[in-house]
Design a protein around this ligand. Structure first.
Ligand code: ACM
Ligand code: ZN
Length: 571
C-alpha cells in the first residue's frame, strides 16, 4: 500500500513537471487593448526571445536611447532575460525605429506631414522570423510600443512562443489623467514616482497633482517661505467621521521643495507624462489663511484644518492683496511646472463670508456685478446660491484675472465645474466632477472639457460592495471596475458630433482624506486604473468588460513583479 502511494505520488510529480514545462503562446491582448492586433492563427509560426539578443536604436537620439534602456530593464524584470543594447545594429533581433509619416494618398507634398496628438502616440509592433520591430513617428509612440511589449513578454522565454503579429495602436483621447491628492495626506517623492510609473504602465499621460488644501499647503513658494513651512503643518488629524471631532493629537506635515517638484516633472516627462499642478482657490485655502490671516474676510485667526469637509473660510474676494498673493503663487508655479495646463481648483467655495464682507461687497459694487435669477446648468455652487449670483460672478472675476495671468505665460486654465457658475472666462477648460452635466454645458459653450464624474471616476470610494473586505475609505457609494468601465465620456445622448470634439479626455481622482499610506493608495488605484485606462484609450466598439476581466490576470502578474499592492477582487 505504502509503495503504491509512493509510486502514485511520483507519477503525480512527474505529470505536474511535464505540465509546468509546456510551451505556451503569449497573449498580445494587453490592457489597454491595442486598436488592432493581427495574427494568423492558421500559421503556427513563432519567435522566441533568448538571452543576449540585441536591442537596436538610434544612438544619436537621447529619447530612443532611454526607451531602449527601459525595455532592457523591463525584459529583465518580466522575463529574467539579459538583452544587450546594440545601437544602430540592423541585425539585432529587437529593433526600435522612428519612421516618417507618409503623406496622405494622392497628395505629394514636400511639406512635413502634421500629426494629430493621437498620431504622435501611434506605434506598430511586428513580430516576424527576424524578431520584434517597434516603430513610431515620435519617441512617445516608441515608449507606448515598448510598454505594450513589456505587457506581453513571456514570463518563461524558454517556453513562451511569440506568434507572428502586427499590432497597430493609438489612443482615443489626448488627455488621459490620474489625480493624486497630496494635500490631505502627504506622499513622498519616491511614492509619487512610483505612482507615475504605474500611470505610464496604463498608457496615461497627465498627472494631476493636487498640492494645496485646507488641511495642508505642499508647494514651496520662495517669495512666501512661511506658506509651506507653516501652512503644511496641521496640529492634529481627525479620526473617523469629521463630525465626531475626535483627533489623534499628532502634528502632521510635509511639503515639496521646488527642486523636488522639478525632479518629479523630469521623471514624469521621461515617461511621457505631463504634470498638471493644482493650487485650489479661492476655497480650500484655510492652510494659506493660517499663514496670512489678512487674506480672509474676517481676519482670522485660522488653523490648518484638522478635519475634512467644505470650510466656510475662503480667500477674501474683495481684498486686492488676494490677487497679488495668487499671482505670486501661480507665477512660481509656472516657473516650476512647464505644463500647458494649470489647475486653479475653483470648487466648493461657500460664499457666506463674501455675502457679509464689506470688502467683497465693495468689490462687487465696483465691478457692477448683480445677481441674475437664472439657473446655470452644471454650475451650482455648494454652500451658496445657485447659478449667477453676484458672489459667483466675483469668483469668475478672480478666475478671469488668473486666466489672463496664465495666458500671458502660454498656459491654459483648468477649473472644477463650479467655475461655470459665474460665467466661464475665455479659454477655461472645465473638469466635470459633479456628474457630466457641467462638462456637457461647457462643451456646448465651446469650452474644452475633461470628464471626471465622481460616480465613475472617484477612486477614493470603495471598489467592492462589501465594505468589510477593503480598507476604510469614503463610503457613500461604490465605484467598481465595471462601473468605471461602463463610462462613455462623449455622453452621446447629450452632445452632438462637433460638441464631442471639445471633450479632451477623462481623468480618475484619488482623494486622500482616508488614504494615508502608499500601499493603501495603490490598493485604491489598482486594478481600477486598468479599467479606467480602457475608457481613456479604447474606442467604445472595442470595449467588453467580460473580455477585460479575462485579460486582467496577465497584468496582475506584472503588478506582482513590480511589487504593487492591488485589490484582488473585481466587481
Ligand atoms: C471635488 O471633488 N471637490 C473636486
Ligand atoms: Zn471678503
Amino acid at each position: 500500500m505504502k509503495r503504491l502511494f509512493l509510486f502514485s505520488t511520483f507519477l503525480l510529480f512527474l505529470f505536474s513537471f511535464v505540465l509546468a514545462d509546456e510551451l505556451y503562446e503569449v497573449n498580445y491582448n494587453v490592457i489597454p487593448l491595442p486598436k488592432e492586433v493581427k495574427t494568423d492563427p492558421s500559421k503556427k509560426v513563432f519567435f522566441m526571445l533568448k538571452e543576449g539578443m540585441g536591442i537596436s536604436y538610434d544612438k544619436s537620439n537621447a529619447e530612443c536611447t532611454r526607451i531602449a534602456q527601459f525595455l532592457q530593464e523591463w525584459t529583465k524584470e518580466v522575463a529574467g532575460l539579459n538583452l544587450q543594447l546594440t545601437p544602430d545594429d540592423k541585425s539585432a533581433r529587437i529593433q526600435l525605429r522612428l519612421v516618417s509619416p507618409a503623406a496622405p494618398k494622392g497628395k505629394k507634398s514636400k511639406k512635413p506631414v502634421t500629426l494629430t496628438e493621437q498620431e504622435k502616440e501611434r506605434y506598430t509592433m511586428k513580430v516576424t522570423d527576424k524578431g520584434i520591430e517597434l516603430t513610431a513617428y515620435e519617441p512617445v509612440g516608441l515608449f507606448r510600443a515598448a510598454q505594450t511589449l513589456r505587457k506581453c513578454l513571456p514570463e518563461r522565454p524558454d517556453l513562451g512562443m511569440m506568434p507572428y503579429v502586427e499590432i497597430t495602436d493609438q489612443p482615443r483621447f489626448v488627455y488621459r489623467g490620474v489625480m493624486l491628492d497630496c494635500a490631505r495626506h502627504f506622499f513622498s517623492v519616491e511614492f509619487v514616482k512610483q505612482y507615475i510609473d504605474v500611470m505610464a504602465l496604463h498608457g496615461c499621460n497627465q498627472f494631476h497633482w493636487h498640492l494645496t488644501e485646507d488641511q495642508g499647503w505642499r508647494f514651496e513658494v520662495k517669495a512666501l517661505p512661511d506658506l509651506a513651512k507653516k501652512g503644511s503643518v496641521r496640529e492634529k488629524t481627525v479620526i473617523g467621521p469629521s463630525r465626531m471631532r475626535i483627533y489623534d493629537n499628532i502634528p502632521y506635515g510635509g511639503y515639496y521643495t521646488q527642486e523636488e517638484c522639478r525632479e518629479i516633472v523630469k521623471y514624469a516627462a521621461e515617461r511621457y507624462i505631463n504634470v498638471v499642478p493644482e493650487i485650489d482657490m479661492p476655497g480650500h485655502m484655510q492652510s494659506a489663511l493660517h499663514v496670512f490671516p489678512n487674506l480672509g474676510c474676517t481676519g482670522g485667526p485660522y488653523v490648518v484644518a484638522p478635519h475634512w469637509g467644505v470650510m466656510r473660510e475662503v480667500l477674501c474676494g474683495g481684498n486686492p492683496e488676494t490677487l497679488e498673493f495668487l499671482k505670486t503663487v501661480f507665477g512660481e508655479l509656472c516657473d516650476v511646472f512647464p505644463s500647458p495646463y494649470i489647475h486653479i481648483g475653483g470648487d466648493e467655495c461657500p460664499k457666506e463670508r463674501w455675502q457679509k464682507c464689506p470688502k467683497c461687497q465693495a468689490k462687487i459694487k465696483e465691478l457692477g456685478l448683480t445677481t441674475e435669477n437664472v439657473k446655470v446648468e452644471g454650475g451650482d455652487d455648494r454652500g451658496s446660491q445657485d447659478g449667477r449670483s453676484a458672489e459667483n460672478k466675483l469668483q469668475s472675476y478672480i478666475n478671469h484675472e488668473i486666466e489672463q495671468f496664465l495666458a500671458a505665460r502660454g498656459r491654459s486654465l483648468i477649473g472644477w465645474d463650479e467655475i461655470l457658475a459665474g460665467g466661464l472666462s475665455e479659454g477655461a477648460i472645465v473638469m466635470s466632477w459633479r456628474g457630466t452635466k457641467g462638462g456637457v454645458a461647457a462643451a456646448k459653450q465651446k469650452h474644452r472639457v475633461i470628464m471626471s464624474p465622481n460616480v465613475f471616476a472617484y477612486i477614493d470610494h470603495p471598489q467592492l460592495k462589501d465594505y468589510g473586505k477593503q480598507p476604510r475609505t469614503t463610503d457613500s457609494y461604490v465605484v467598481s471596475c465595471s462601473k468605471i468601465y461602463s463610462f462613455e465620456p462623449l455622453v452621446p445622448e447629450e452632445l452632438s458630433g462637433e460638441e464631442g470634439d471639445y471633450i479632451l479626455g477623462v481623468q480618475t481622482n484619488l482623494w486622500t482624506e482616508q488614504v494615508a499610506y502608499p500601499e493603501h493608495a495603490l490598493y485604491q488605484l489598482l486594478p481600477r486604473l486598468a479599467s479606467m485606462c480602457e475608457v481613456q484609450w479604447c474606442k467604445p466598439e472595442q470595449k467588453d468588460f467580460e473580455d477585460w476581466k479575462k485579460r486582467l490576470p496577465q497584468l496582475k502578474k506584472l503588478y506582482d513583479k513590480m511589487g504593487l499592492v492591488y485589490c484582488n477582487e473585481v466587481e
